[in-house]
Design a protein around this ligand. Structure first.
Ligand SMILES: [Zn+2]
Ligand SMILES: [Zn+2]
Length: 342
């Protein structure tokens, strides 16, 4: 038995549970901890049964609730090393001033010192005092950032399903995780009885991945956040039983839509997102037609309509006649999709 439960999919947050009969993995944690727990409750997924969290890439819509959720559940997080580094950098408040800011501060400190020199009262202690004050200011900036993080965590941990939530110690370090495991794109590894093969996807993040999950003879794959379909992704998506595939935007809606031109360029680029057309081209020309279910995901709310994504995929699949296979589902941003069990 394998099961895929899409909790959320789209630019406001992504998260999917992949399970075998013995192992449960959360792929991405792109909603707040509270919202993720709520979605799992709605979808009938028990969060205390999760064995690990697996991260595709460090964009906010994939990691928003990661630290809080991993600490709450006390489970390991699997990243590639560059993705972990990028996430840590993103989560770490600035602890030092830029050189330009420091220089500006020193210049301002100099004015009273110059006056003191003029009055023949200057000594070395004044200089060291001013430098100390720079560091004090930097430290207090840092403390503010940590306070803000703690406040966010406190907000996030209250009201949780678990009545012991309030007693969970809040960690001052937002990058603290119960355990971190690294994997390499292209090299398969196991979590419990699920065999996982990560593959590189073209996207503007440190080291983004898609995954193929295999257990008990069933294979499920997840490929969203990719600018185009390179040969390695086409090769990875063979003999898949349940395929979660990006169908991000309709080209015309994106072109005429509300995004600024720079954002449109990014979405359309080779490291952006797959259009309905690009997904349809893959399904028509390169897909082997073997999946029982195809879930279209990461649909843009501004630049796509679910029916446009569905029609494009259905037309592309018209050349793959099967009795039961290739049923299309649309993953949603606001509500979990009913679990797919094979
Ligand atoms: Zn995304
Ligand atoms: Zn992304």
């Amino acid at each position: 038995m394998m099961r895929m439960t899409v909790l959320a999919s789209g630019s406001k947050g992504n998260s999917t549970v992949i399970s075998s009969s013995r192992t449960r993995i959360l792929v991405d944690a792109g909603l707040s901890c509270r919202e993720l727990l709520k979605r799992m409750a709605i979808a009938g997924e028990d969060p205390t049964q999760l064995d690990a969290i697996l991260i595709t890439h460090e964009h906010q819509d994939h990691v928003a609730g990661l630290g809080v959720l991993a600490r709450r559940l006390g489970i390991p997080v699997y990243f590639t090393e560059p993705t972990h580094r990028a996430w840590v950098r993103m989560m770490t408040p600035r602890t030092t001033m830029t050189y330009a800011k420091w220089l500006d501060h020193i210049q301002r400190e100099k004015a009273p010192r110059a006056a003191a020199v003029a009055a023949q009262t200057y000594d070395i202690a004044a200089e060291s005092a001013s430098i100390t004050s720079v560091y004090a200011e930097a430290a207090s900036l840092n403390a503010d950032a940590v306070d803000a993080t703690e406040a966010r965590e406190a907000m996030d941990t209250e009201d949780l399903c678990d009545p012991d939530a309030a007693s969970t110690p809040t960690k001052a370090d937002p990058t603290h995780l119960p355990a971190v495991e690294f994997f390499h794109s292209g090299t398969h590894f196991c979590i419990g009885d699920i065999d996982i093969t990560p593959f590189t996807i073209p996207h503007d993040a440190a080291d983004p991945c898609g995954f193929v999950f295999a257990s008990e003879g069933i294979r499920m794959a997840l490929a969203t956040d990719l600018g185009y379909m390179p040969p390695n992704v086409k090769a990875a998506l063979k003999r898949i039983d349940v395929l979660l595939l990006e169908s991000n935007h309709d080209l015309e809606m994106l072109r005429d839509g509300p995004y600024p031109w720079s954002v449109k360029q990014r979405v359309l680029s080779r490291v952006g997102h797959l259009s309905n057309l690009a997904t349809a081209e893959f399904l028509q020309k390169d897909y082997d037609g073997g999946a029982a279910w195809i879930v279209l995901g990461h649909l843009s709310e501004s630049n796509n309509a679910p029916e446009l994504a569905r029609i494009a995929a259905e037309q592309a699949l018209a050349d793959h006649p099967t009795l039961l296979g290739n049923r299309i589902l649309l993953a949603q941003q606001g509500t979990p999709l009913e679990s797919i069990c094979l």
